[in-house]
Design a protein around this ligand. Structure first.
Ligand SMILES: O=C(O)C1=C[C@@H](OP(=O)(O)O)[C@@H](O)[C@H](O)C1
Ligand SMILES: C=C(OP(=O)(O)O)C(=O)O
Length: 433
């Protein structure tokens, strides 16, 4: 087994230039591919998830080129119709590739297969398939009903109203929104029940608008995409830094002294996860923010305070709060996080198991987790942390090294999903006492 032994990190300070946002990168690539015209994409995230999207687009006949070994790409849009009508796509565990491509290909008059890693085949997609079938799409489950892999066949698409459940993943609504212009008829999407992870829908709508498609909306209940709108390249898109990736460094600053500054996200960000900074401030950290940067340092002369927070708006960054809780006074409760159970792993169960290894007292429920740090916050030394092929488990538990103890991170390369050089970046802010 591959592992990484982290020595105790006595103190952190410094600046991190963030890698590009995963959510913005993969949406931008798909919209640029579907658009008329050429899009220059600057500062794209280089990671497994974006490689899966780039690879799929190439297989579908989209021409893109990379400028040297930079993070800048030139994407030649296909004007709403993928040239390749027969393809078998492997999309790893990238939800932001799998769900949006499913919807776009279901409306693309070709024969396609989509598959992923075994865990992707355990992540639900039935709500999205049901919604696409209401538009006439022909999608079959190759394995278990409600889960990938999928087989798509050409079908006559009808105009209309579709309803989609909002309480499993917001990526289903995102996928329907982005694909709707391909129906070339009016499409109204109604959300049934509570919609989770709402800020990700704002990212979707923002990028669709930059590519020339406006969505008429009634709050979070209904979204209409009028016919006659096609995606047009805005010329250039600069991808913001990843706000979820920022959370590990900001938490490090709050726990390990700081100041730690992240550059690439700030007040003008379109990502909901920038609100992680508010949660950290509520825990007592000193946080400041400019248009394009956020900085965090430890509370003046004191410890972090425990938190009780509904985390539905920040599902990814909320995992980092579970680790910050190890360094807080009292019990931290993170609520409304049921979606953790259907992501890279069952994140509530994984968090609970691994937090107990470092000495925390943890209570888990269907949609919440309560974390009480060990007595005097003395973390167990030499814990061997399993990461469940979940990049965020690996990144979160690296922060245990700020508790003055060595920690072993098993299978650390899983960070490649969104942040291949995470551990090098962490060591760049680690200081000797
Ligand atoms: O649309 C997106 O870019 C994402 C939406 C969220 O998923 P859910 O809507 O399933 O919570 C988030 O967890 C994921 O990392 C990225
Ligand atoms: C849930 C995540 O990924 P995905 O985009 O595959 O849903 C994540 O990155 O935390």
């Amino acid at each position: 087994m591959d592992y990484l032994d982290l020595s105790p990190i006595p103190r952190v300070s410094g600046t991190i230039l963030l890698p590009g946002s995963k959510s913005i990168s993969n949406r931008t690539l798909l919209l640029a591919a579907l658009a008329e015209g050429v899009t220059e994409v600057k500062a794209l995230l280089a990671s497994d998830d974006t490689q899966h999207m780039l690879g799929a687009l190439k297989q579908l006949g989209v021409n893109w080129t990379q400028h040297g070994d930079s993070r800048n790409y030139r994407v030649e849009g296909v004007g709403g119709e993928f040239p390749v009508k027969l393809a078998d796509l492997f999309l790893g565990n990238a939800g932001t590739a799998f769900r949006p491509l499913t919807a776009a290909l279901a409306l693309s008059h070709g024969e396609y297969r989509l598959s992923g890693v075994p865990r992707m085949h355990e992540r639900p997609i039935g709500d999205l398939v049901d919604a696409l079938r209401q538009l006439g799409a022909d999608i079959a489950y190759i394995g278990n009903d409600g889960y990938p892999p999928l087989a798509i066949k050409p079908a006559a698409i009808q105009a209309g109203r579709v309803s989609v459940r909002g309480n499993v993943s917001s990526q289903f609504l995102t996928a329907l929104l982005m694909a709707a212009p391909l129906a070339r008829q009016d499409v109204t999407i109604e959300v049934v029940g509570e919609l989770i992870s709402k800020p990700y829908i704002e990212i979707t709508l923002n990028l669709m608008s930059r590519f020339g498609v406006e969505v008429e909306r009634q709050g979070w209940q209904a979204f209409t995409i009028h016919a006659g709108q096609t995606y047009r390249s805005p010329g250039m898109i600069h991808v913001e830094g990843d706000a979820s990736s920022a959370s590990y460094f900001l938490a490090a600053g709050a726990i390990g002294g700081g100041p730690v500054r992240v550059e690439g996200v700030g007040k003008v960000s379109i990502q909901g996860d920038v609100r992680f900074a508010e949660a950290l401030a509520q825990m007592g950290a000193e946080v400041s923010m400019g248009d394009n940067w956020i900085e965090a340092r430890a509370p003046k002369g004191g410890k972090l305070k425990a938190l009780d927070l509904d985390c539905n708006h920040i599902p990814d960054a909320a995992m980092t709060l579970a680790i910050a809780a190890l360094f807080a006074d009292g019990t931290t409760t993170l609520r409304n996080i049921a979606s953790w159970r259907v992501k890279e792993t069952d994140r509530i169960a994984a968090m609970a198991t691994e937090l107990r290894k470092v000495g925390a007292i943890v209570e888990e429920g269907p949609d919440y987790i309560c974390v009480t740090p060990p007595d005097a916050s003395r973390l167990t030394s030499h814990a061997s942390i399993d990461t469940y092929d979940d990049h965020r488990m690996a990144m979160c538990f690296s922060l245990v090294a700020l508790g003055g103890v060595p920690v072993r991170i098993n299978e650390p390369k899983c960070v490649a999903k969104t942040f291949p050089d995470y551990f090098e970046r962490l060591s760049s802010i680690a200081k000797t006492a």
